[in-house]
Design a protein around this ligand. Structure first.
Ligand code: NOJ
Length: 551
């Protein structure tokens, strides 16, 4: 692990969703000791860093994105000592560790919110959140028309300490997740304290949840949402709770704070915004270091569309001196091994279930996912992987209704399946109960019967597996320093993409016919390459390639 190298510019960062990674205690819920026990697997995979979704004290109404104590570990996941052990073990293996910071809202069980409920309208305790009087003769209507990202109203009315119905509080997510008021200096100071708490423990950075949402438009005006827009608002240009100018002050402040620490601590924002041009504003030199490239994630499997988004990403982020990031999957979207084969519109956050239209064909999805990952990992910049994609895991579509846990499912009364399908616990060992996820064989979400074939032990022993492909891609990317490289397009026929990054020539076939490769040694291929021909839905990396691939 090198220090002071702005490592995040080219790093491959692996997202761990702690609930579903590995269970050390046997309760069916993944935990920190489970992560520690598998760090060798991640070192062997070849990632530079891990990002852990929240493991802080939480009632788990939104899988830990509802935090009641930001400076402690939830007993479900272990203890602070377990965290320190995990951090030290990761660092010993040269793996950096990023933790998730959830500043837009707390849990309703957070001491501040409990104090706010016990206090009166207009009190300092209420001013840390967004309490407002309701509309209507008796304040019986919500203060505005905002809807929760998870469905339903974004406001809940409280019962005042005197027993009467009273004010409303804003929750852009579940009603158990009240939004902070970031115009309150106490809130700002508290988050500086939280940042320092984890920085002092030695974390290498933070992923910032809802980084585009902290500041709300003055006056909280009504909003008329686009019904086709993704849940996080990425498709819409002007939303009064997303992308407000004042949020940038917060990140300038945090940039200065993390700069006081050695070792290039990184800040990565989860900001769903309508254009890359706007997204790049979050990573100006004195703000965050990275932001997820969700526009890339949402691009369809189409050569021209991908080329355009790659060019625009490199241009927009480059114009502010930031690296582009690339990502295909995370815990909020349909896994790309299914998403890339969907044939119907599927807005982000809605998920897929047995009754969703446009069901993916698994073989097509996996083929495209492998090709898409091979394309992504050759791009200059930093790439994010989501646990399980290295095994080619698909979205789990047939989770029984009674097992579903995402608040989206409940708040929309089953109209949206939500995100459970990408959160199913990982298969480690084909012939062990719960595929080795838990020593007792329990699992907080049921795992599908077909997952034995995706188990890590099976894939590790198979040179043609998705796991072996990822290892080859990551090793080749490291040896040739592709993350710090530059991209040079090579002209190709329609439906095909080709570019050079240093010594590697990449050819991706997104068309309908096989294409001839230009020659050179195949360093990696997402599907078998026979006789120098690249099949449909496949990507190859070539070394020593003379030039253009042909029709
Ligand atoms: C984004 C997180 O990634 C998601 O899982 C969570 O539900 C919301 N923010 C609310 O914190």
């Amino acid at each position: 692990m090198t220090s002071g190298s702005e490592w995040w510019r080219s790093a491959v960062i692996y997202q761990i969703y702690p609930r579903s990674f590995a269970d050390g205690s046997g309760d069916g819920m993944g935990d920190l000791p489970g992560i520690t026990s598998h760090l060798d697997d991640l070192r062997d995979l070849g990632v530079d860093a891990i990002w852990l979704s929240p493991f802080f004290t939480s009632p788990q109404k939104d899988a830990g994105y509802d935090v009641s104590d930001y400076c402690d570990v939830d007993p479900l996941f272990g203890t602070l000592a377990d965290f320190d052990d995990m951090l030290a073990a990761a660092h010993e293996r040269g793996i950096r560790v990023i933790v998730d910071l959830v500043p837009n809202h707390s849990s309703d069980q957070h001491i501040w919110f409990q104090e706010a409920l016990a206090a009166t309208p207009g009190s300092p305790a209420r001013s840390r959140y967004l309490f407002r009087d309701g509309k209507g003769e008796h304040g019986e209507l919500p203060p505005n028309n905002w809807e929760s990202v998870f469905g339903g109203d974004a406001w809940t009315r409280v019962i005042e300490p005197d027993g009467t119905p009273g004010q409303w509080y804003l929750h852009i997510f579940d009603e158990s997740q009240p939004d902070f008021d970031w115009s309150n200096e106490q809130v700002r100071e508290e988050f500086r304290r939280i940042l320092r708490f984890w920085l002092d423990r030695g974390v290498d950075g933070f992923r910032i949840d809802v980084a585009h949402g902290l500041i709300k438009k003055d006056g909280l005006p009504d909003h008329f949402a686009d019904p086709e827009g993704g849940s996080m608002g990425g498709d819409e240009a002007d939303v009064p709770f997303w992308g407000q100018e004042g949020v940038h002050d917060v990140y300038r402040d945090w940039n200065a704070l993390v700069s006081e620490y050695d070792g290039d601590r990184a800040l990565c924002g989860e900001a769903w915004l309508p254009t890359l041009e706007k997204t790049a504003l979050w990573v100006r030199p004195d703000e965050l270091h990275q932001t997820f490239n969700f526009i890339y994630l949402e691009t369809e499997w189409d050569a021209a569309a991908l080329r355009a988004v790659i060019d625009e990403s490199l241009r927009a982020f480059g114009s502010v001196g930031a690296p582009s990031t690339w990502v295909l999957s995370n815990h909020d979207v349909v896994r790309h091994a299914s998403r890339l084969a969907l044939t119907a519109v599927n807005p982000q956050g809605h998920g897929i279930g047995p009754n969703s239209p446009g069901q993916p064909i698994p073989e097509v999805g996996l083929r495209r996912a492998r090709a898409a990952s091979a394309l992504m990992l050759a791009l200059p910049g930093s790439a994010y992987l989501y646990q399980g994609e290295e095994l080619g895991l698909p979205e789990v579509i047939d989770i029984p209704d009674e097992a579903r846990q995402d608040p989206t499912w409940f708040r929309t009364e089953g109209e949206r399946y939500g995100r459970d399908g990408c959160r199913v616990p990982l298969p480690w060992t084909a012939d062990a109960p719960s595929y080795g996820f838990s020593p007792t064989g329990s699992s907080w979400l049921p795992q599908p019967a077909e997952w034995a074939e995706h188990a890590r032990d099976i894939e590790a022993a198979d040179e043609a597996s998705t796991l072996s492909l990822y290892k080859t891609l990551l090793e080749t990317r490291r040896v040739h320093d592709l993350g710090a490289g530059t991209l040079e397009w090579i002209p190709t026929s329609d439906g095909t993409l080709s570019f050079r990054n240093g010594a590697i020539t990449v050819v991706a076939n997104l068309g309908t016919e096989p294409v001839a490769l230009p020659g050179g040694r195949v360093a990696a291929a997402s599907s078998p390459v026979d006789g120098g021909v690249l099949p449909v839905d496949a990507t190859a990396w070539l070394i020593g390639s003379p030039e253009v691939c042909g029709d």
